[in-house]
Write a protein that binds this ligand. Structure first.
Ligand SMILES: C[S@@+](CC[C@H](N)C(=O)[O-])C[C@H]1O[C@@H](n2cnc3c(N)ncnc32)[C@H](O)[C@@H]1O
Length: 311
């Protein structure tokens, strides 16, 4: 008799695994990836799934712990995890990477340069932090958007020495194509992603007017057109800003020799409700993707990953 952990029993159930005990450390052979796979137990007693024994190709599930059977998503330029939350809600296990420390990121996190991470995964060793490219089911990237955003003109006009960020969308998109994995690149309208779809909070019942472009290795669709009405808000430039009804309350103020309109500025909780995010600072929220967007995309990607796995 073999005693099986709950997670292995779950796999049996989900993938209709045929038990075939064999020699060595192989606990059983199965066809989880549609090929010849084996479930092994390492010296520490952890279970892992490996693909066809002749190629040792792993399938896109975390490999060192059978408690985690969700497909793994690499979240590059993770920020404080707005995008990550949506992918996790869709059913992915998420690993974040950002060049800056992210103490509010809610999942596993590595501080690193995203270009170095992709370089290591595509390099000779094909390894980064013990992960191989094939360990990931999907890669998401949200490179900095400041140099593509229309607000850069305002920044350049009002700040004496504006901080210029790198334009990384094209180089990251090229590297992601090289991986051969399903991928998503997110950025603002105006970025060099002509094949992208637009998502907005108003498509998800959020009182949020926030347009983001998503370019994907696979066909993606949006839920509907934008449905803005008055009283919609956005979080940008470290402020919760009002549109429509809020703007009617604007007053003018003098800025040097110019007369400028005051924007409606709202409390943090209004922005949190609109974004459906409650674990970040306003500055982090200014950069974040609302989780509803990536949950929507994540559900489509899960279907793609699942169909490619059984194909
Ligand atoms: C638009 S924000 C990401 C927002 C995040 N996706 C979210 O939904 O919360 C861009 C992030 O890229 C990070 N970043 C900039 N250059 C980077 C690089 N070369 N490698 C990794 N992260 C980088 C910044 O620190 C910033 O947190």
């Amino acid at each position: 008799m073999v005693s099986l952990s709950a997670s292995v029993a779950y796999l049996f159930d989900r993938y209709n695994v045929q038990i075939a005990l064999s020699e060595g450390d192989i606990l059983m052979n199965t066809c989880i990836s549609g090929k010849q796979d084996s479930i092994r137990r390492d010296q520490k007693g952890n279970f892992s799934i490996r693909g066809d024994a002749s190629t040792q190709k792993s399938i896109p599930y975390t490999t060192n712990d059978m408690e985690r059977v969700k497909p793994l998503l690499l979240d590059l330029f993770s920020g404080a995890g707005g995008a990550a939350r949506g992918y996790a809600d869709a059913g992915f296990e998420v690993i974040g990477v950002d060049v800056a420390p992210q103490k509010h990121y809610p999942y596993s996190f590595y501080q690193a340069n995203a270009l170095d991470v992709l370089g290591a995964l595509l390099g000779n060793d094909n390894l980064w932090q013990g992960y191989a490219l094939d360990d990931f089911a999907v890669i998401h990237a949200s490179p900095p958007c400041q140099e593509y955003s229309c607000t850069r003109f305002l920044r350049d006009a009002t700040v004496a020495t504006p901080r210029i960020r790198e334009k990384l969308v094209s180089s990251i998109s090229g590297l992601l194509r090289e991986t051969g994995l399903p991928y998503v690149v997110e950025n603002v309208p105006g970025s060099p992603m002509p094949d992208s779809i637009t998502l907005c909070g108003s498509m998800f019942g959020l009182p949020l007017r926030r347009h983001r472009w998503f370019s994907c290795s696979h066909y993606l669709y949006a839920p509907c057109a934008c449905r803005h009405t008055e009283t919609f808000v956005n979080v940008l430039g470290n402020k919760v800003r009002g549109y429509g009804e809020h703007r009617k309350k604007d007053k003018f103020f003098r800025d040097g020799d110019r007369l400028r309109a005051k924007e409606g500025q709202l409390r943090k909780v209004v922005g949190q409700t609109a974004m459906d995010i409650n674990w970040m600072t306003i500055a982090e929220m200014s950069e974040a993707i609302p989780p509803a967007y990536t949950k929507w995309i994540g559900q489509q990607l899960l279907a793609i990953v699942e169909s490619e796995r059984v194909a």
